[in-house]
Design a protein around this ligand. Sequence first.
Ligand code: DGJ
Length: 763
Amino acid sequence: MSIVFTPDTNLFTLTTAHTACQMGLDPLGHLLHLYYGRRAAGDFRRLYLPRDCGFSPNPYEMREGRGWSLDTLPQEYSGSNTGDYRLPSLELTAESGVCGALLRYVRHEIRPGKYALSGLPAAFDPDAAAETLSVTLSDAAAGVEVELLYGVYEAWDVITRAVRITNTGTGAVRLEKAASLCLDIPFGAWELIHFHGRHTMEMTPERAPLLHGVQSVLSRRGASSHQHNPFVILCEPEATEDAGECYGIMPVYSGSHRTDIELDQAGSVRVVSGINADGFSWTLAPGEVFVTPEVILAFTADGLTALSHIFHRFIPCCLCRSRFALSPRPVLLNSWEAAYFDFDEDRLVRIAEGAAALGAELFVLDDGWFGQRDDDTRALGDWFPHPGKLPGGLSPLIRRVRETGLLFGIWLEPEMVSENSDLYRAHPDWALRVPGRKPAMSRDQLVLDLSRPEVTDFLYNTISGLLRSHPIAYVKWDMNRSLSDVYSAALPPERQGETAHRYMLGLYGLLDRLTAAFPDVLFEGCAGGGGRFDAGMLAYFPQIWASDNTDPIARLGIQRGLSYGYPPSAVGAHVSSSPNHQTGRHTPLFTRAVTAMAGSFGCELDPAALTEAERAEIRGLIARYRDEIQPLVLTGRYYRLTDTAIYSAWQLVSEGGDAVLVTVVTRSPESNPRPLHLRLKGLDPAAVYTLTRADGGGANADADAAAYTGAALMYAGCTLPPLLGDYPCARLYFRRKQPAAQDFDQEADYEHKQYGNPSAGMP
Ligand code: DGJ
């Protein structure tokens, strides 16, 4: 049993393989949060000694003694207007004028399986081993019940959280804030790691100690955003990749999110996470229910890599419902950087033929194929073939692409509409815009009002029609602006605060229907790259185009940032041409390719623009990606090795541990360089690993089967020859062999056996 309630003490204890989480009722029925951390047993109420803290009020019934205050005790789901002055989780106003929420225990239920959330993406229970705890609290004065939901995944070391709020009164209740998670961490010192960025420069980690007051990680953009990813980590100041306590908090939400982290007067930390309450309100009629998005919570005492591994496993196994989540994806070639808007059928077929000759498996026709889409000022919404570029429609193109041996995939931006489009001319009220105001334009487009069922029905019918009438194996689902002028022509004035969240519900409903109806179509998410790279999208899309920046050196940082929370298989990454279209930087083809091979790999260039030698190199690399590397990306373990101004290095270890791939890329070569020394991770210390291949600087060479123990590679490490020049890189591929007795005796010899190709490295 991973969930236990002890009636004599009124304690709820949730355990996973390595963690324990405990909450308990106080004498008045407030649900106190007592502990979440390393697995330990006991009654953790003992940690909270009564204390009278000035200006921290006491519940009326406990006014004598003054030792009890909601303001000083850790709460499982904080109310508001109750004398707990820290971050509220729930803010509301009832029709009676009662505002705030004082939540007390009503009942609970423990049941096998994982709860589901109606209308929202949520983790599922692949091995029928999860358990659900539901604890219902209520505030009779406000007329609400609050059901706290916990999904406990023992083997995965994960607890999911969500909340259902029911109007149990006789009048309307207006929710002004309804968080998904409140997590009080009463003791210890903590640092926050969050991931900020901008378009084409996403996911820069920033780590800093918490300061007193509140720090927020948020988006108001109607999308999770390039600017602030919803995933955050709290860790001990001493935490490293390999040791230390860390909490990972991952909202399963793709709209405007907010995680507030408060360090209070007593040194206690409160994290409140969920829908961003800015601009949000939701009116519940009597009997109606509001469901918050889910948050995935993980804790480990074993450092940041172990935390990443929890999410890397959990997302494809327990969240993403695509049949591609754990299985090979076709290597694709995308037309965007190859042709932008400038193509016709013959040009596309030539690119596809080039892609087939490289060994790609899927040709993706990006933007520009529909309506009068000659540039980005028009035609979004007109999802029929461009009469000038594709006069015969899609069918002849798809037939010719498939004759090259490739599958066919297509780009869509369903959530948007151009002012200059047939769709907008027919349905101007389908776009979000505030009456009486000119809307803010972004990329010359407006956002469709997905809160309206007729809009999502239109999109479902249009897209399913396209997918039914053509053999389309892949869809890139793009979204190229943030929401503004959020106002739905279909909602009454008092409900406008619901529009942004109803938009998300409409989008999730649409994705649910489409992905269920077309399970064999590989959907890739995108929002101008990583503008919506989050767990909500990953419930539907096994991969997301990580950034519009295809420069490999910039990608080092973006992909590293993503790796803290998201699995490598989720990261869409392409080799593109040099000089790079975003940065103008020249980089070697091998560096561009191996950086993209840290994720779900593809190409984004015109093969005809390559030299024959480059085409041969890519052909070889794609073949190796498919045979050796993709399995590691899909189900292996990913390790961040070193990351300095000079080098960035990472490692993948296959699921069973037999294959190990180390990649190091030079960011900026040094003169008189210090030794390039790496320690490998995640190996079996006693096993013997053979360096079967080392590639570097564009030269591929077979290594001479040098062999090392896992201990030697992890503890003593490898020293590689310096990588000089313009962004060179090296890649080492090891295979584990069954250790024979004499291998151990000869460990010293392995240490001295040198690998002969100086450009490729010497472990
Ligand atoms: C933004 C995407 O991220 C790009 O890859 C490309 O699809 C463009 N949109 C097309 O408009």
